[in-house]
Design a protein around this ligand. Structure first.
Ligand code: THU
Length: 148
């Protein structure tokens, strides 16, 4: 999706601000994320950890769930900030969750150093499984589904 430079800069700032709310007493790794909707709205999120470690939620997913809870159904871009010397790309689970709402989403990862990653979700998760795979299965057009 086409995202203007000023919009991306605003999104980056929102992700940086969101990291201040991170609840990460176990990893001490703070993450902030911001999601841009196609209409230009920004939704933020931080990582939220839990004493039951498996329940930790990444900042990207918090931000996506925040956007979807507000009624959004598509994502144009996601910015991720970590207070690290080099940028951090979204984990595999977050890539999959982002894919559900925008396979051609732009991903920007920023940090405290000059380096940044600007890429697409398609590059981070090529050949991803998505809603269209389920639809194909239901229509019975998948050769695999026919055989079973
Ligand atoms: N984390 C994120 O928020 N996003 C990622 O993409 C990678 C990891 C969080 C989860 C956990 O709270 C901490 O970073 C350490 O894994």
């Amino acid at each position: 999706m086409n995202v203007s430079r000023p919009a991306l800069r605003k999104l980056e700032k929102a992700a940086r601000r969101a990291a201040a709310h991170a609840y990460s007493p176990y990893s001490n790794f703070r993450v902030g994320a911001a999601v841009l909707s196609p209409s230009g709205k920004i939704f933020t999120g931080c990582n939220v950890e839990n004493a039951s470690f498996g329940l930790c939620n990444c900042a990207e997913r918090t931000a996506i769930f925040n956007a979807i809870s507000a009624g959004e159904r598509k994502v144009a871009a996601v910015a991720v900030y970590t207070p690290t010397p080099t940028p951090t790309a979204p984990c595999g689970a977050c890539r999959q969750v982002v894919h559900e709402f925008g396979p051609d989403v732009l991903i920007l990862c920023v940090c405290d150093g000059p380096e940044q990653i600007e890429t697409s979700l398609d590059a981070l998760l090529p050949g991803a499984f998505g809603p269209e795979d389920l639809r194909r299965g239901k229509q019975g057009t998948s050769p695999k589904a026919r055989k079973t």
